[in-house]
Design a protein around this ligand. Structure first.
Ligand code: R5P
Length: 302
């Protein structure tokens, strides 16, 4: 129309520094302006952040930050970046590929604090309008983060990794009942069967036990254990020891978030797992990494 100018909204993708490669890949795929962050840490542990680029007024800002270790530091840096972006725009989307504090989504023991709820409050108060997460621990937790929150899944991209492998009558394993939906999705993507292990964890001692009916169906078959995250490796180790007792063939561990703390890699290998495959929500040199940026960008384009 004559006299009416097209309004072009500039998109900036700011990386909080925890997953720079993923953030850059998101920016490139969106044709957005990438802004990295220069971060210094003072001797008392405080962070000083500086944007390495300019945010333009009323632009669209996407901030990418994963909340792995040091969790509190990465979280505070994210809150600071949101608050900085708010000086220029209210159109702020936060992409949190790995959401720390998501496992505490209930008061399991009296007096515990539901951290995922607190995280939702902090992000909203800081100025986040929309939140995108990847394979958050639970739907319950997702709801507590707020209404404008979307969960993206890395399951299809993890499944594609196995497409070219010559697997022996593969079967997908969920290490616990909580992972049933994820494992069903993964098994559907791979076009193979599924077994759900019955895992119980003592909330006080942390001791994990597994018992499952009809587990002998894994005999002689390649198994792929799928979980949302591998932290200390305890769940994967228990599952693979159990599967080995049932005479399974090769064991693979696939997850979205490979935290791999407390010597998890060594423990998992010792337990007989031949490969760990994870998405790039947390940088690491141990797992085989698959890229989840396409799935995230798909939602950011909506
Ligand atoms: C538990 O419910 C989660 O889905 C994971 O199985 C668990 O957090 C993994 O932790 P770890 O590797 O320490 O057993």
């Amino acid at each position: 129309m004559e006299g009416k100018k097209d309004i072009i909204t500039i998109t900036h993708v700011i990386s909080g520094g925890s997953v720079d490669t993923l953030a850059k890949s998101i920016a490139d795929k969106l044709n957005a302006n990438f802004i990295s962050t220069d971060t210094r840490v003072f001797s008392d542990g405080e962070s000083k952040q500086k944007l390495e680029g300019k945010i333009t007024n009323n632009s669209r800002v996407i901030i990418v930050q994963s909340l792995y270790m040091p969790v509190d530091t990465n979280l505070f840096r994210l809150l600071c970046l949101i608050s900085k972006a708010k000086e220029y725009t209210s159109d702020i989307t936060v992409v949190i590929p790995y959401v720390g504090y998501a496992r505490q989504d209930a008061e399991f023991l009296s007096g515990e604090i539901i951290t995922i709820k607190v995280l939702g409050i902090l992000l909203k108060k800081a100025g986040a309008k929309k939140i995108i997460v990847v394979d958050i621990h639970s739907t319950k937790g997702l709801k507590m983060l707020g209404t404008q929150t979307t969960n993206v899944t890395a399951v299809p991209v993890l499944a594609r990794y196995f497409d070219s492998m010559q697997l022996e009558n593969p079967i997908v394993i969920s290490p616990d009942k909580g992972g049933t939906k994820r494992a069903e999705h993964f098994a559907k993507e791979l076009g193979c069967g599924l077994l759900i292990l019955e895992k119980s964890r003592d909330r006080k001692t942390g001791v994990v036990r597994i018992k499952t009916k009809k587990a002998d169906i894994v005999k002689g078959r390649d198994v792929i254990i799928i979980d949302d995250m591998i932290s200390t490796g305890g769940s994967i180790v228990k599952a693979s020891e159990f599967l080995k007792k049932q005479h399974s063939n090769k064991i693979f561990a696939a997850c979205t978030h490979a935290l791999l703390v407390e010597g998890a890699k060594t423990k998992i290998r010792k337990a007989g797992v031949s490969k760990i495959i994870s998405a790039n929500t947390i940088p690491n040199k141990t797992a085989i990494i698959v890229d989840v940026s396409d799935a995230i960008v798909q939602y950011l384009k909506k």
